[in-house]
Design a protein around this ligand. Structure first.
Ligand SMILES: [Zn+2]
Length: 314
């Protein structure tokens, strides 16, 4: 990715070298406001759902405590076992000293997402509140999502609207997950920003509301749809990056490799040698790739209703 000439985001906090401890998984408060947006998303047939959504949003936006997480990887959902992806954490913990280049790269990618989403929201007569990004090492405190640990991978905390990334994950992505390249990491950032978009437009509130009424299997499936939408939004941004002339050859493949690497089936297969689709929380490798590519193809809100749309290959 041609990122060097991009501006850096002003919303990045550098907490490198301030390890907040380790070993505790983060908890998280979970509360949500009323409304039936996601129900509506489930019920409204046909096209134009996002138009309806945009209208409803005006009544939904404007308050309410948030809870829950949007993360990149399966296995750290609060109702899920947390051990599926904890591969070679010793290697991760001995790795410190993320380079300034890596830091500047994610800051530039974040800035690019800000430019894009500001513009997109503005087109819809909405205001985009930019997310923060916290770069940390090992573990760090969040405001409202408990203790953030790098063992769980990058995540988004809806309560403080921050994306949390330990950049050693970039090396893991390349070395352990088999997804090298800068655009693999750009996909990760754009996915987490995708959760912020869901937070901004009210989908995450409704997700939290509806999720409480579901069985575990149904809740997992709902979580998959939430994650696939974040992948879709990552693809939407990637299309913008292409239009801005930021992509280099191979970049999209790097993103697709990353989407494959963080697919539930890929992770389960590697961790346990078997795949249990009912326990998927983020989607299969194929689903994640398909939704990223769909975002890259359409570059809009309206094709991103993962809650009502099932693609041919999923
Ligand atoms: Zn996610």
């Amino acid at each position: 990715m041609k990122w060097e000439d991009l501006r850096r985001s002003k919303n990045v906090q550098d907490r490198r070298g301030q390890s907040g401890g380790s070993g505790r998984n983060r908890g998280g408060s979970r509360s949500s406001m009323g409304g039936g947006l996601l129900n509506l998303l489930f019920l409204i047939p046909g096209k134009g759902k996002w138009v309806v959504l945009a209208v409803i949003l005006f009544s939904v936006l404007g308050g309410g405590a948030l809870g829950g997480f949007g993360d990149l990887l399966g296995g750290n959902n609060m109702n899920q076992p947390t051990n599926e992806i904890q591969v070679n954490n010793e290697a991760q913990q001995s790795e410190t000293g993320v380079t300034d280049d890596e830091f500047n790269f994610v800051s530039s990618v974040l800035a690019s997402t800000e430019d894009f989403w500001n513009e997109s929201f503005s087109t819809e007569n909405m205001t985009y509140d930019e997310p923060g990004m916290v770069i940390y090492e090992g573990g760090t405190a969040t405001s409202g999502c408990g203790f953030g640990s790098s063992q769980a991978g990058p995540f988004y905390c809806p309560a403080d609207a921050n994306v949390y990334i330990d950049l050693s994950f970039w090396r893991d992505l390349s070395q352990q997950y088999g997804a090298p390249g800068d655009f693999a990491m750009a996909y990760v950032v754009a996915h987490e920003v995708g959760h912020h978009i869901q937070n901004e437009i009210g989908v995450m509130d409704e997700y939290n509301e509806v999720r409480q009424t579901l069985s575990e299997t149904e809740a997992n499936e709902l979580n998959v749809r939430l994650e696939l939408q974040a992948d879709y939004f990552a693809g939407v941004w990637a299309k913008y990056a292409q239009e801005e002339g930021l992509l280099e050859s191979g970049d999209i493949n790097e993103a697709l490799q990353a989407a494959f690497a963080v697919g539930d089936d890929t992770i389960q297969e590697r961790a346990t040698g078997r795949v249990v689709p009912d326990s998927f929380t983020h989607g299969s490798a194929e689903q994640r790739q398909a939704w990223f590519m769909r975002g890259f193809e359409y570059g809009d809100f309206e094709h991103g209703d993962t809650f009502n749309t099932y693609l041919e290959n999923e």
